[in-house]
Design a protein around this ligand. Structure first.
Ligand SMILES: Cc1cc2nc3c(=O)[nH]c(=O)nc-3n(C[C@H](O)[C@H](O)[C@H](O)COP(=O)(O)OP(=O)(O)OC[C@H]3O[C@@H](n4cnc5c(N)ncnc54)[C@H](O)[C@@H]3O)c2cc1C
Length: 373
């Protein structure tokens, strides 16, 4: 049976990011993916937005800490930029006054600023003037090339000597005197440390090891793209202030989501017609967009624990079992920081100085914090 220093379950964006960092650091690393190709689940279904003004404070810190990597990845990581300028407008309609005040109060300094409605209508001319009451703008939000980021991690992982096994669902985990014996659909492996980056299945994978759950709740979010006659290419990402919908241009089409959060068991998530119809109605109320020709629709599972912060760190009951889970709706834009944090924890290294300088405290992400919630 082949033995590895580290085995990771899940080759989504988080597993791939950590795997690359571990292999680069010289750890003999195995990345196990249950599907035929990495990225089939949540990673392949996102809105692809890098947004420093989104999510709880720790997410914003992780996102800001990830910015330098996206803007200047190592040579050879990708053959074109990972980010392209987009900007985000958080728009309050007639019933958005309280949410607007709250968003303004919670914003980190230097991320968003209020702009006049007239400016907002210039940036996105389809907004209805009578509906648009107040607008926060973040000029630094960018579109991410998710496939290039994910492939960059995986390519770097393989170049550093890592092993990726697809069609290799983990189905059994037994503790040994020096680590884990891992039973997968593709055979058995041994590893000193096991990293659980199994996305919506993370609690189920922990159960295979006889460990308790972190209380992960996968929440379905729907997305679709529709045709438009407008030339929308330069519009920003437009998000209703209380996140009742969002939309942005997407390669000649418009991407939209009702920003739904419907609890779901781990599964191959599928969109519901009702969620799409409600989203279309809300967007048509706020804009002059006419949503008739939907080209593609899908859904993905954004996974949260009770405090909505990621879970990264050693399990209290098995210290060679490391969680890398629950990134919610922020896993792509935080993946550089979370991958490095996970690798540092696995290798017992100090927290990278730039993460500390950006306000990232590993205790805030450790699974042990969940005991008191
Ligand atoms: C509609 C939508 C919009 C979003 N927009 C954004 C956005 O704009 N910006 C952003 O940063 N994030 C966004 N997200 C969130 C982001 O997509 C997720 O946070 C991220 O993809 C989660 O990555 P992951 O690696 O944890 O999970 P996944 O990508 O789901 O990867 C987990 C992997 O584990 C594998 N697995 C499961 N069980 C096993 C097992 N037993 N053995 C082996 N492998 C296993 C699965 O097959 C899967 O490939 C959005 C999500 C959705 C759905």
């Amino acid at each position: 049976m082949t033995r590895y220093d580290v085995a990771i379950a899940g080759a989504g964006i988080l597993g791939a990011s950590a795997a690359w960092r571990l292999a680069q650091a010289g750890a003999k690393t195995l990345l196990l993916e249950m599907e035929a190709r990495p990225g089939y689940h949540t990673t392949g279904r996102s809105a692809a937005l890098y947004e420093t003004a989104y999510g709880p404070a720790i997410i914003r810190h992780l996102t800001i800490a990830s910015g330098p990597f996206f803007r200047a990845p190592p040579q050879g990581f990708a053959d074109h930029p990972l980010l392209t300028p987009r900007g985000t407008m958080f728009v309050a309609g007639p019933d958005g006054a309280a949410a607007f005040e709250q968003a303004q109060a919670e914003a980190l300094p230097g991320t968003v600023a209020e702009i006049p409605v007239s400016k907002a209508l210039e940036l996105c001319p389809v907004l209805r003037p009578a509906w648009t009451k107040r607008v926060l703008y973040n000029a630094d939000a960018e579109d991410m090339d998710v496939a290039a980021i994910h492939q960059g991690y995986l390519r770097g992982f393989k170049a550093a000597g890592g092993t990726l096994a697809c069609d290799a669902a983990v189905r059994g985990l037994a503790r040994t005197k020096d680590g884990w014996q891992i039973d997968t659909v593709a055979g058995a492996f041994a590893a000193g440390t096991f990293v659980n980056a199994a996305g919506a299945w993370a609690d189920e994978v922990a159960a295979l090891a006889g460990l308790g759950p972190i209380g992960l709740v996968p929440k379905r979010r729907t997305a679709f793209v529709f045709e438009t006659a407008y030339d929308a290419a330069a519009w920003p990402f437009v998000c209703e202030i209380a996140e009742k919908f969002y939309f942005k241009p997407d390669a000649g089409l418009i991407f939209a989501s009702p920003a739904d959060e419907t609890p779901s068991p781990p599964c191959d998530a599928q969109p519901e017609e009702l969620d799409i119809a409600e989203c279309a109605a809300r967007i048509e109320e706020a804009t002059t967009l006419d949503i008739r020709r939907i080209r593609r629709k899908w859904a993905g599972l954004r996974c949260f624990v009770a405090d909505k912060k990621p879970v990264v760190g050693r399990d209290a009951a098995a210290e060679n079992f490391v969680w890398l889970a629950a990134p919610g709706g922020y896993g792509i834009m935080t993946s550089p920081a979370l991958g490095r944090l996970c690798a540092a924890l696995v290798l017992d290294r100090d927290l990278p100085a730039d993460l500390a300088a950006n306000g990232v405290d590993p205790a805030e992400l450790a699974p042990a914090r969940l005991a008191g919630l």
